[in-house]
Design a protein around this ligand. Structure first.
Ligand code: BMA
Length: 330
């Protein structure tokens, strides 16, 4: 009940929730797993590959023992076989965990962006892998930054990413926006440009940022965003012991092919708003939709994978032409 206060938000009629949802839950994982969500997904060497976040602890208990990343493969993008071992975990004297992986294949190589919690702030990491066993870390940003996603090809000879810095000193708590940066080598980043401010997204009043890595279309880079509205009247909503005052929806926008920091179209309404039972009840934090994977199939079908209620991994599909149609000029 609480998460639904504030303006009613509806998903766009062009998206279809997959009947197999949730496509991944802790029940599919052969090791200690509790919340399995916010996955990155790509197509690599003829298979669908998913790297998912796993917060492990006890079901219905807000205290977790840790976070690691799990690996799953699929032939159809719907039914997933989780591999027997955790594939990635970061923890040392400084780093407390890595989470929210996002996968992009560039020139046949897989890159994974991930968030890193440290004792001195939240940072955004990028690693390269060929086998999902060995990961070579290429860069970890200065704090406070996360939600990085890479474009699937270079633009103007440079690797490109979207990101969400967290400027609390000048912008105030949670007034976060979506930014662009590019790099000659995925290590050194510059050419920083604002892409979209939270004030430009009508269904957000709190923060926005990247969601899944963009896909290329003839009209531009099509990309999802996450968008948060906060209502201080909301109370507890999920097993978390704190009040949960935010609602996360997903949006869709279109970026210029040559100057990807320029938004050339955007839907003024959410693409996916929390509505289904697995998005609004029984989870750790209800009313959360957080896309992390977007795949454009040859037949024009787009698969969008998203974390639901910070608890499950789910899938919606849509046709690319319908998504482009939603992206009206600003
Ligand atoms: C953000 C991140 C995400 C999470 C979201 C909603 O701050 O922690 O991983 O999905 O909150 O809880």
């Amino acid at each position: 009940m609480n998460g639904s206060t504030g303006p009613a938000l509806k998903s766009a009629p062009v998206i279809k929730r997959h009947p197999a949802n949730p496509v991944l839950s802790h029940k599919n994982v052969p090791y200690h797993a509790t919340l399995t969500f916010n996955a990155g997904v790509c197509k690599y060497q003829g298979k669908y590959v998913m790297v998912f976040r796993n917060d492990y602890g006890r079901w219905d208990d807000p205290k977790f023992d840790g976070t690691n990343l799990g690996l799953a493969f699929s032939n159809d993008g719907v039914s997933w076989e989780v591999q027997p071992k955790v594939c990635f975990e970061l923890k040392d004297a400084e780093i407390t965990r890595a989470y929210d992986p996002r996968l992009t294949v560039i020139d046949g190589v897989v890159y994974m962006c991930f968030a890193v919690d440290t004792h001195h702030g939240i940072r955004g990491g990028i690693a390269r892998t060929e086998d999902f066993e060995k990961f070579e870390i290429l860069s970890i940003s200065a704090p406070e930054n996360r939600n990085m996603v890479l474009f699937p090809e270079k633009v103007g000879g440079r690797y490109c990413r979207l990101e969400r810095p967290m400027p609390v000193y000048s912008r105030g708590r949670d007034r976060f926006d979506m930014w662009f940066a590019d790099s000659p080598d995925l290590r050194y980043w510059g050419n920083n440009n604002l892409v979209l401010g939270v004030e430009h997204v009508p269904y957000a009043n709190d923060k926005i940022g990247p969601a899944a890595p963009p896909v290329k279309t003839q009209k531009g880079w099509l990309t999802t965003i996450h968008a948060v509205d906060r209502d201080n009247n909301r109370g507890r909503n999920g097993w978390e012991s704190q009040p949960w005052q935010k609602r996360y929806s997903a949006g869709i926008c279109l970026l210029d092919l040559e100057q990807p920091w320029k938004v050339i179209g955007m839907s003024r309404e959410p693409l996916i708003a929390p509505e289904a039972s697995y998005e609004i009840e029984g989870g750790f934090r209800n009313y959360v939709i957080f896309p992390g994977g977007m795949i454009l199939e040859d037949n024009g079908e787009v698969k969008i994978y998203y974390g639901a209620a910070d608890t499950y991994e789910c899938l919606v599909t849509a046709h690319v032409d319908d998504l482009l149609e939603l992206c009206k000029p600003l």
